[in-house]
Design a protein around this ligand. Structure first.
Ligand code: PLP
Ligand code: COI
Length: 356
């Protein structure tokens, strides 16, 4: 697909925030964005990289009423020995298109997604921060733009990608977080949209997130919506436990996100001598295991959160502290290995890094 590029003149570009401590997550945006439109008649057309700025949208645009939207999150990393590389963008393309199918949105062609994002990051290279633990977060998004109020799949859609230089997702950085076990509220049900990366899932999670914050917790651990018994995922990450020296994570059930970091950790574990099991995990097993010491570590995994140690679960206002709320050795090794590959400090034997 042809891609038009309309770069800003150097003097029109914004000053770049380079101070890692000031970056936070998703607060600064680069100078340009990738945009393309789709219609039922024309298919994908008018792919362009243009200055970052607001869209003009009809108030009846379907995304504003019925939430027909999907998105992705991936990162570009400044490499130890020079250059910039993206981590597994092909996986984000595949997941975006699975999400799009679930939300009856058009799928995005591989060249628009992969070549378009590569071209955008190339233009915005100076926005990739260099400090330890920082990266350029890439947010591809697909929305229904057709102006109509009937409930049906939109016949006009827009794909866009924006870039944000980021530091740690949690203000506390790589220190163990505290997680509230959500008992009453549910995020997703079997057959619903839990497996799709769509805005509505996140909107549905906000009330529980507030409850977590009120109890001094950073995020929520979701249980399955039918029995409120089996562990699914955390607000913005998948969950892993070290139980009896084995790395254990919930088996994909269709109602939570198939994380790309989750998949990468499962693939890396054997090379670190770790056994892995993907299986249903009951919350009772976790709590009992924390009491007896069988649950040795817990951590979340995600693009934004990377590998994030969990220090304690709050269950019915009782605190279950893991490993004295210290970072466990398996968590630390997986963090070091994954970020080692992402920043080019370790060999990329799986072919995960896509250099610009
Ligand atoms: N679960 C949820 C709800 C998320 O938002 C994310 C973040 O994208 C993840 C899991 C982890 O997915 P990934 O590792 O692909 O970023
Ligand atoms: C990500 O890790 O990419 C996410 O999408 C998490 C969150 C910021 C929604």
């Amino acid at each position: 697909m042809e891609l038009r590029i309309e770069p800003l003149a150097a003097e029109q570009r914004k000053p770049k925030c380079t101070d890692a401590a000031q970056l936070g997550f998703g607060r600064h945006f680069s100078d340009h964005m990738l945009v393309a439109d789709w219609s039922g008649d024309q298919g994908w057309h008018d792919a362009r990289i243009v200055p970052y700025g607001p869209f003009q949208m009809d108030p009846s645009a379907m995304v504003l009423h019925y939430g027909q939207e999907v998105f992705e999150g991936l990162k570009a990393y400044r490499q130890e020995h020079g250059g910039i590389a993206l981590f597994r963008p092909d996986m984000n393309l595949a997941r975006l298109n699975r999400s799009a199918e679930r939300l009856s949105l058009p799928t995005v062609p591989a060249d628009l997604f992969l070549d378009g994002i590569m071209e955008l990051v190339r233009l915005e290279q100076e926005w990739v921060p260099a400090a330890e633990g920082t990266s350029l977060y890439i947010r591809p998004t697909l929305i229904a733009t057709e102006a109509a109020l009937g409930v049906r799949p939109a016949q006009q859609c827009r794909f866009f990608t924006i870039l944000s230089p980021v530091g740690a997702y949690y203000a506390s950085g790589f220190t163990p977080v505290r997680i509230l076990v959500a008992e009453q509220l549910s995020r997703a049900v079997p057959g619903g949209t839990g497996e799709a990366k769509t805005g509505g899932n996140y909107a549905a999670s906000l009330l529980a997130g507030n409850m977590a914050h009120d109890r001094g917790c950073d995020q929520v651990l979701w249980l399955d919506a039918v029995q409120h018994r089996f562990v699914e995922e955390v607000g913005a990450m998948n969950i892993f436990f070290v139980i009896d020296n084995c790395l254990v994570t919930p088996a994909l059930s269709g109602s939570f996100l198939a994380g790309i970091t989750r998949d990468s950790i499962i693939k890396l574990a054997p090379s670190l001598g770790l056994a892995v099991a993907e299986r249903p995990i009951a919350i009772d097993e976790v709590l009992e295991g924390i009491r007896t010491g069988r649950v040795q570590e817990a951590f979340g995994s995600g693009t934004a959160a990377v590998v994030s140690p969990v220090g304690a679960f709050n269950y019915r206002d009782e605190l279950f502290t893991i490993n004295n709320a210290a970072v466990g050795t398996v968590t630390q090794r997986l963090y070091d290995t994954l970020t080692g590959i992402q920043y080019g400090r370790l060999p990329d034997t799986n072919g995960w890094m896509h250099r610009l």
